[in-house]
Ligand binder design. Structure first.
Ligand SMILES: [Zn+2]
Ligand SMILES: [Zn+2]
Length: 591
């Protein structure tokens, strides 16, 4: 039986469970309260508190398959291996097993479960840099497994930390070596433009990274040296799409079974073949539409801010591409047909069979209609221009809603490049609310654990409960965002909160803060936590065992932590702004 993406996921689950791992289900694409990033961009995101020392309710061996969006890769989509939506297989050891188990198990999964030919697999290990010894442990483990010396490569770049290379890490920062596995596409000839000889880190496309095991091993000391962490963790991530490319021995991701049905539908609708110049456009349409469907399913709607603006850019860019292939603007029905295929492909995995899909098609349809009106006008403007400066590109954005990459692409057809810096400078000048989303200031990785962040985060638990008390049980959290300066909390409510109600909410929160309530957690079976009435984030699926944080008797909420130990550490808060951000959606700011 061929390995499809359906049974691939099942195989990974079964394999990890045979090694005593528990599944922590995929979280929503818009993380509930991670201030560092707009989207869930890796499997490790939900494990951040645990990698920094909190205990996980499911134990010390965990795995999952996480849906992810990387907005910073949008520009790159169009070649044979970049996508903005992807799924990541991941497993974690929280102070449990280490290098030997991890490398032997992953190798076993690749060669015995997936039957990838060993001679096409290459591995890389940390070479040593800045006085840190090379990762000989991993090297020797790979040799013991039977990998010949000529398929093991040592690089200085095989190092992970939040700050980058060892020399850039601040004191106290955790980091460690990583070890990657690469698949060799023997059908792709090395391009000498990238160097004399080909090797796993060569950019010619012959090699593809299919998995990375990070060993969080060291902590940086004030004198610049490193000591071993008391609890060493493993963080493994491998892209499902990339593993499918290796499985199907196809260097074009868009020809694998994770994309083929979508590409075929685009071919049918546009009456064009997936070859030559069409490939670039069809890849963008397929990727962007897939990402859009998932974003809308996870509660994002097109807007000019943050996540909503990323969705808008995806939909607008794919509209421009479809218009080019069709020779005219796509109809809403044509786009809906393609998005239906996306839905079918992931039915039973992320979407329930028989789910109502009308919100997705309606949202896409409305956005395309809105954009179509200004697209033709904007195109006429571009025709008139001899060259398009960064400033012109900004005007096209402001007047016609052309995201920068759309303008860039229309120009690429004219053979010109837009001055990105000038565009961004204009953005800064106009202090547009969406600038961070547009320029792409996205950080991934571990969230900040500063005292202020802990205080504000703990305050959101109190706020959540206070809103529930004042506005009723139908309210639900839609997200939160915390910086060193303030907290922000989004919620759903069918009634518009009055200023008096908001004032009351603020009072309640401060009363609880003054009451010096202890903040403690318990690990509980999910059903018991639900019976207790603990608040949860409705977009996330939770595992059978969950961590519930109790703030005195006042609040109980599903959360990984960390928090302050007592509410008196929070300090009094002031709600300084409340706004409506969508249909039945409200946002509160407090500091
Ligand atoms: Zn090469
Ligand atoms: Zn919390």
């Amino acid at each position: 039986m061929p390995i499809t993406h359906f049974n691939f996921r099942k195989r990974y689950s079964k394999y990890m469970e045979s090694k005593s791992h528990k599944e922590a289900p995929s979280i929503a694409l818009v993380p509930k309260d991670d201030p560092t990033t707009l989207f869930t961009g890796s499997g490790m995101q939900q494990f951040v508190p645990y990698l920094l020392g909190e205990s996980h309710p499911l134990g010390t061996r965990l795995y999952n398959i996480q849906r992810c969006i990387r907005a910073q890769d949008i520009d790159e989509v169009g070649d044979n291996r970049h996508d903005s939506f992807f799924e990541m297989l991941g497993n974690w050891s929280l102070g449990d097993y280490f290098k030997k188990e991890q490398l032997v198990w992953f190798w076993g999964f690749l060669t015995k479960e997936l039957h990838l030919p060993e001679e096409k697999l290459y591995v890389t290990v940390f070479k040593g840099v800045d006085g840190i010894i090379p990762d000989d442990d991993s090297y020797n483990i790979w040799r013991t497994i039977g990998i010949p010396e000529n398929r093991i490569f040592k690089y200085e770049g095989n190092w992970w930390s939040r700050a980058g290379a060892p020399s850039q890490m601040p004191t106290g920062e955790p980091g460690g070596p990583d070890s990657e596995v690469f698949y060799e596409f023997t059908s792709v000839a090395h391009d000498p433009k990238f160097g004399k000889v080909c090797h796993p880190n060569c950019d010619c496309g012959r090699f593809l990274e299919i998995g990375n095991s990070v060993f969080m091993q060291y902590k940086k000391l004030p004198d610049g040296s490193f000591e071993l962490l008391p609890k060493q963790n493993v963080d493994f991530g491998g892209g499902l799409e990339r593993l499918m490319m290796a499985m199907e021995d196809n260097p074009d991701m868009f020809e694998t079974s994770l994309y083929r049905p979508i590409i075929q539908e685009i071919e049918r609708i546009t009456r064009q073949k997936y070859d030559g110049d069409n490939k670039h456009a069809m890849r963008i349409i397929a990727d962007h539409l897939k990402a859009s469907v998932f974003l809308i399913e996870d509660g994002v709607l097109p807007s000019n801010k943050e996540q909503g603006y990323v969705l808008r850019r995806l939909l607008r860019r794919l509209t421009v591409k479809l218009r080019k292939l069709l020779g005219q603007l796509p109809s809403a029905n044509e786009v809906a047909q393609i998005s239906k295929i996306v839905h079918e492909m992931y039915e039973g995995v992320y979407f329930k069979t028989g789910d109502d899909f009308s919100l997705v098609s309606r949202t896409i349809e409305e956005e395309i209609k809105r954009f179509s009106l200004s697209l033709e006008k904007g195109l006429k403007e571009i025709q008139k221009m001899e060259t398009v400066s960064g400033k012109d590109a900004f005007n096209l954005y402001q007047s016609f809603g052309f995201p920068l990459e759309v303008t860039e692409e229309l120009l690429r057809e004219k053979g010109e490049a837009v001055d990105k810096k000038q565009f961004n400078d204009e953005f800064q000048k106009h202090k547009d609310a969406s600038r961070s989303a547009s320029i792409g200031k996205f950080k991934g990785g571990l969230a900040d654990n500063s005292t202020k962040t802990l205080r504000y985060h703990t305050a959101t638990h109190l706020l959540h409960q206070a809103l529930y008390d004042i506005l009723g049980s139908e309210i639900r959290q839609e997200g939160s965002n915390i910086t060193g300066e303030r907290l922000r909390f989004d919620f759903y409510s069918t009634q518009k909160p009055t200023p008096e109600q908001i004032a009351k909410v603020g009072e309640i929160v401060n009363t609880q803060i003054k009451a010096s309530l202890p903040v403690e957690f318990k690990n509980l079976p999910k059903s018991e936590a639900e019976k207790l009435g603990a608040m949860s984030f409705f977009r996330d699926k939770y595992p059978d065992m969950v961590k519930v944080y109790f703030i005195g008797d006042y609040s109980k909420e599903f959360c990984g932590g960390p928090h302050v130990k007592n509410t008196n550490e929070i300090g009094l808060i002031t709600i300084y702004k409340t706004e409506k951000i969508g249909s039945n959606l409200y946002r509160i700011y407090a500091k």
